[in-house]
Design a protein around this ligand. Sequence first.
Ligand SMILES: NC(=O)c1ccc[n+]([C@@H]2O[C@H](COP(=O)([O-])OP(=O)(O)OC[C@H]3O[C@@H](n4cnc5c(N)ncnc54)[C@H](O)[C@@H]3O)[C@@H](O)[C@H]2O)c1
Length: 417
Amino acid sequence: MAICGIVLRSMMTLAVLGCGARGRTYSKVAAEMTARYRIVAACDKVVTRAQKLASFVTNGEVAVYDCEKEFFAAGKLSDVLLIATQDANHFEHAKAAIKLGYDILLEKPAAQTLEECEELHAMAIEHGVRIGLCFVLRYTPFYRAVKREIDSGRLGRIISLHASEGVDAYHQAHSYVRGHWRQSATASPMILAKSSHDCDLICWFANAGVKHLTSYGSLEVFRSENAPAGAPARCTDGCPAAAECMYDAHRYMGDKRSWLRMVLDDSETADDARILKFLQESPWGRCVYRCDNDVVDHQVIAAEMDNGITATFTMTAFNSGRTLEIYGTNGSLKGGSPWKDAGAPELFFRDHRTGTMEEVKFDLLDEGTYAGHGGGDAGIVDSLDQMFGPNGSLPPGLDGIEGHRFAFRAEMSRLRA
Ligand SMILES: NC(=O)c1ccc[n+]([C@@H]2O[C@H](COP(=O)([O-])OP(=O)(O)OC[C@H]3O[C@@H](n4cnc5c(N)ncnc54)[C@H](O)[C@@H]3O)[C@@H](O)[C@H]2O)c1
């Protein structure tokens, strides 16, 4: 509703299923927007996590659940349900939520197979339910600026694009070698677990789904044959290569301590003795060359979209940051963060007719703090009413399914190669 140019937003209620790292991140942002969002329920099988999330909320009571069955048996508790459980839970949790008529903000990947994603899409349409995936990069100032440039028409017709993602070697080790997403079967293939954002962006910028695609990639580095001589199963067992090894788990007690926030509930208060015990017992103390991981550490894709645009993508553990190049008939865009640590991303436009180049400015401060996925975590929460409000932009169905089709097709191609 708008009166005299002022947009009046009605309060949107939220419930959260899965109160781990992601659930808490979004909820903290929403809990601060007390005039717009009210979190009314939180469910996690580790009840202290749901309680912690409830403690952020200052504008009402939060019903806390420790069991998904009881949570769903209570009926539809809010306008929107955030599902931030692990990859293997999303399909069943989303199905239960669709049946109750929830609009859903669903963590990616939507499900572990393309067939399940298609089923969710069809079910959501049938029940008139809107599902938005947590493609947080769409909500960052940088990628919004890219989209604005494309939509302005000044690139002319888009002909081809190239994207790259450097995961960062330690991030790869933490999440995709030692951590939650190390195995395709228990979590999801790397192209979904990490690069589903990029697959989504390619489809979003091309404004098309994929027609043909081929992909190659493998796990080359984090394998037992690459372990240093004499390396034990755990860094904490005394590794002769510890001083030179950049993956030494003792770094969790030093410069890599912030990574523990995502996997150790009491990381904020834990002392070195507590962290050492955690490293001796949890997957995060293991030698990166002696884990039970199978997801790739590098992958490439070459694709033709169904409107003729060609797209290429490179994912590697051995760089840090994302880059993007979009080539149009009248001009091209280049930008990103070639190295994540080098600061905020930049974007440049080149006009082919004049040969001039200019920097495309975007205001980080206007569009959210530059933190949490480049501002995307806060940006997606800020956009919930644009997605799910009474005049929300999402139609019933699984928004972002094109990006998932692209990613699953890439994994099928890679496995066949
Ligand atoms: N959008 C992004 O950029 C992004 C980034 C990281 C992770 N993710 C995705 O977000 C999801 C969550 O990741 P995370 O890092 O928060 O993981 P996490 O393990 O920290 O959180 C998952 C939570 O779900 C809870 N849970 C699991 N099964 C449950 C059940 N049956 N009922 C109730 N609670 C249950 C767990 O106890 C845990 O607290 C994953 O699917 C991951 O792939 C997305």
